[in-house]
Design a protein around this ligand. Structure first.
Ligand code: SF4
Ligand code: SF4
Ligand code: FES
Length: 896
């Protein structure tokens, strides 16, 4: 720390920061545009001017840009000096000459950093009367609007999109006062992180197109803290609602998890909540709709008459909902509802996290890794936000070099110029090319067996006592030893693997590598497919095929299925048989699917936006989400349907259920600390979900009834469906809206952080459940190498950010970005069979029974003998990874 003086007051600040960051961390108001805590300083906008004095004698000082000035001991500056204030006011006046002043129709209005900074800088009157520069806008695809006339040329967009996120289709064109930020030509922005432009751009150039479709002002949105349910990383989100419809999702800052950024699936995949495919009424023997009361009594009666009931849980349902089901049917009758391989993989991952002795890092910690091995994952598609974190990790060597050259790390351009000289090693072993290959030191393509063998070989290079694979090629042996050397030299090495390959050997090999690493601060992280995959696996339960057998053998006659489309988990004929054999099938879910068609009793479940619960992310962090708005009766939270037929009234409240779950399952004991309970209040007040400027409350339901209805009561959370309540000193897990006086945009977050870009005051939300301890013996089950077989093909399902995940498939903007329906083929494999891109082939099982007809796309990087298909696409759902199939070309006449 160093001591500096600001406007005559002494302050202690971090000695490695710049003046702007230091002032904001102290809670002082200083306007800025181009600086961003995650992007560093660019010195482009000249808005953060302050006066710096040489010493106590210096009465005039000189103007400096705070974001470009390092703090130094005994430094004296002034924010309030007239010269600085005037400069900032003049500067923004010039920035605003071309700005259209269209705030009343601009979607950024009310949460615009430019509005806030204009007011803060004292520019209140427009003198310029000349013509404004105008631009044409572009169609940037289904996610983002473009209104270039609002640009103030701060360069944040391209710095985020290209430098930070690795994109290359958004550029700056033009010169002088006529610069243009856009694509070379119209077309969807290609980056998986494009949605962050909406929050990174300080004006209304890039706005959320999905929000435009049902726009409402920020102050008219009802909001609650929430967690993204579209993958296993648990990014924190702030969804907004108006008139009973979910309108948008924006980032909610968590210094340990997602920081400032989300992926596009998380941001734009919320449409399923408003989908016409939502189940809105209970049904008994489809399609008869009944009231909630009738459904509840039918449920009770069914439980009474059933000889025995089993329950199938869900990795996309909360811990509480799963625990309620487990309690209702009994531990021995609770099945996890995962496909068998995934069940095994998740159990193995939990075992490694518990007993493997290697730390599982948060995304923040991932960014600090100085050498990375990714074994068998395309993380951009399986866990997108992790890819963004890994991209930052690759920069750590350039940070080290910058330190030796005494270049401050926030000097963005200077440090990025060092990236050519120094980048931290990243090795990627994946089935085919990945979006992170541009930062890879080396890449390796292969089958899951190949990845496992490579991993075992690396571990053996690091530690001779680790078992080694036999018959490794010279090239593979040399690669293993190069990777081992790089990892050995690292202080903070990180091994990344996951469930995408459906291979136990890959996961075990990843553990062997991590175990063999000599570094004290080594990390091992696994991607998992769904938002509560890890939580469900920690809870534990029996396998899905055992559920099928239980019904088949008559050991139970009824089944309750919680938020789970079993046709995504097991072969269709097995599920058909299971559901036909059960005398009673109760299904609780939010969206129609193939499984819900088979329900005797179908109960409409609230989504994450209308209910509460706890999810455990891949790091092992339990995080709580809260209802943004109440579900419309008869829709209820899954946990409420389940507890409504229980005898124990304690469990009828969410806190009681959380406590019971924590008390029953030792590894989940800490979930009660994920957030305070429903009784939490601030001086007797609840926390409002609606901002204090929320408008129209008295008239919102005037089309139904002119008298204002009472606000719905929420006894399950500390939040009120109201604008009344207390907003000060709210704990991080309960921060619904980020706002501070004078700060209406998301940049207000600096008022809630210990320092800019750092942890939230009182700690980031969530609680880690598992800390690594012990050590496991080496895994030694090394698979034989993969050899393509004549006329036999191995299916590899490839996750895709748009298309592989169940819920987002019901979100129209994401559906527009689905990958092509095709099968990928190695060019040599294709050539030997006379197949070219666009040709149709028939895929059949080993007995020759046709599975599907599908067009081919040649993929240069796909190894021979493999067929790559996009995981999760409805047409391809029944196909599991590693299935062996046959393939025949269909000629132009449609014959084989
Ligand atoms: S488009 Fe937005 S982020 Fe990009 S330079 Fe203009 S104002 Fe800055
Ligand atoms: S990375 Fe995963 S959790 Fe994060 S926003 Fe994207 S889909 Fe959601
Ligand atoms: S924020 Fe300092 S010059 Fe832009």
């Amino acid at each position: 720390m160093v001591r500096i003086e600001i406007d005559g007051h002494p302050f202690d600040v971090q000695n490695e920061s710049n003046l702007l960051s230091a002032c904001l961390s102290l809670g002082l108001n200083l306007p800025y545009f181009c600086w961003h805590p995650a992007l560093g300083s660019a010195g482009a906008c000249r808005q953060c001017a302050v006066i710096q004095y040489k010493d106590a004698e210096d009465k005039h000082g000189r103007l400096v840009m705070a974001c470009m000035t390092p703090v130094a001991d005994a430094m004296r500056i002034s924010i309030a000096a007239e010269q600085a204030r005037q400069f900032r006011s003049d500067n923004i006046e010039m920035l605003m000459t071309n700005h259209p002043h269209d705030c009343p129709v601009c979607e950024e209005g009310g949460e615009c950093h430019l509005q806030d900074m204009t007011v803060m800088s004292g520019h209140t009157f427009r003198r310029y009367r000349g013509l404004k520069r105008t631009h044409n806008n572009q169609n940037l695809g289904p996610f983002i609007n473009h209104e270039m006339n609002r640009c103030i040329a701060c360069y944040r967009c391209v710095r985020f999109y290209n430098d930070y996120a690795g994109g290359n289709d958004l550029q700056v064109f033009g010169i002088h006062n006529n610069v243009y930020f856009g694509r070379f030509e119209d077309g969807a922005l290609e980056s998986e992180f494009s949605g962050n432009l909406v929050e990174v751009c300080p004006t209304g150039v890039f706005t959320d197109k999905t929000f435009s479709a049902h726009y409402t002002r920020k102050w008219d949105l009802q909001t609650a803290p929430s967690v993204c349910i579209h993958c296993g990383l648990g990014c924190n989100i702030a969804p907004g609602e108006r008139y009973g419809e979910l309108r948008r999702v924006i980032n909610r800052y968590n210094g340990e998890v997602n920081g400032y950024f989300l992926c596009d699936r998380g941001r734009f995949g919320y449409g399923f909540v408003n989908s016409p495919e939502r189940i809105r009424t209970p049904r008994i023997n489809v399609p008869t709709a009944v009231t909630a009361e009738t459904a509840e009594s039918h449920f009770r009666a069914l439980l009474k008459t059933a000889t025995a009931v089993i329950g199938i849980g869900s990795p996309r349902a909360s811990l509480e909902a799963n625990f309620a089901l487990r309690t209702l049917v009994g531990e021995e009758n609770f099945f996890l509802g995962l496909d068998d391989t995934e069940h095994t993989l998740l159990n193995t991952i939990i075992g490694l996290m518990r007993n493997g002795g290697i730390h599982s890092p948060s995304l923040k910690k991932v960014e600090q890794a100085d050498a990375v091995l990714i074994l068998g994952e395309d993380v951009t598609h399986s866990a997108p936000r992790l890819a963004l974190a890994l991209r930052q990790a690759a920069r750590n060597a350039s940070y080290d070099l910058a330190r030796t050259l005494h270049i401050p790390l926030w000097q963005d351009a200077a440090v990025r110029a060092l990236e050519n000289q120094a980048s931290s090693p990243v090795f990627i072993a994946s089935i085919c090319a990945t979006r992170l290959d541009d930062i890879a030191t080396d890449t390796y393509r292969g089958s899951p067996e190949d990845f496992a063998r490579l991993g075992f070989a690396i571990a053996h290079c690091l530690d001779e006592s680790a078992p080694a694979p036999s018959a490794l090629s010279d090239i593979e042996q040399s690669l293993a030893s190069t990777i081992a050397d790089s990892l050995k030299q690292a202080k903070h090495p990180l091994i990344v693997s996951g469930t995408s390959c459906s291979s136990l050997a890959v996961i075990q090999a990843a553990y062997n590598v991590a175990k063999a690493l000599p570094a004290h601060d080594k990390q091992l992280t696994f991607t998992v497919p769904e938002c509560n995959s890890l939580g469900l696996a920690i809870m534990g339960g029996r396998r899905l095929h055992e559920a099928f057998e239980t019904i088949k053998e008559g050991l139970a006659d009824s089944v309750i299925i919680l938020e789970n489309d079993l046709y995504r988990r097991a072969p269709g004929q097995n599920v058909d048989l299971f559901l036909e054999n059960a005398a009673h099938v109760v299904i609780i879910d939010s969206l129609e699917n193939k499984t819900t068609e088979k329900a005797e009793l179908l109960l409409p479940a609230a989504t994450f936006a209308e209910s509460e619960g706890t999810l455990v992310n891949n790091e092992g962090r339990a995080q709580r989400y809260f209802p943004v708005y109440p579900p419309t009766e008869p829709v209820r939270g899954s946990w409420q349907w389940l507890t409504s037929v229980m005898e124990n009234s304690q469990s009828r409240h969410h806190d009681g259920l959380t406590a019971a779950c924590a008390g029953t399952i030792p590894d989940l004991a800490a979930i009660i600390q994920a957030a305070p309970g429903a009784n939490y209040n601030i001086n007797g007040s609840k926390i409002p979900r609606q901002p204090h400027r929320y408008s129209g409350r008295t008239a919102m339901h005037a089309d139904i009834r002119v008298s204002e209805p009472g606000q719905p009561q929420d006894v399950e959370t500390p939040f009120a469906f109201s604008m009344e309540g207390a907003m000060a000193n709210v704990p991080p897990a309960f921060l619904p809206v980020i706002w501070a006086p004078g700060w209406n945009s998301n940049q207000a977050i600096n008022k809630f952080q210990e320092e800019t870009g750092g942890h939230l005051h009182d700690g980031d939300a969530g609680i880690r459940l598992i800390e690594a301890s012990g050590a496991l013996p080496w895994f030694s089950d090394i698979p034989p190498e993969f050899k393509p077989e004549q006329n036999l093909w191995r299916i590899m399902t490839l996750p895709n950010i748009f298309g592989s995940e169940e819920l987002s498939l019901h979100s129209p903007p994401l559906v527009e970005r689905l990958p092509n329906f095709c099968v990928f083929l190695n060019p040599l494999d294709a050539e030997t069979r006379g197949i070219d891109t666009g040709d149709q082939v028939e895929i059949s099982d080993l007995a020759g029974v046709p599975i599907l007809k599908i067009p081919v796309q040649i993929e240069l990087t796909l190894p021979r003998g493999l067929l790559g298909i996009t995981a999760g696409l409805p047409e391809l759902r029944s196909i599991k990874t590693c299935t062996q199939v046959r393939l025949r070309k269909i000629n132009k006449e449609g014959h084989l």
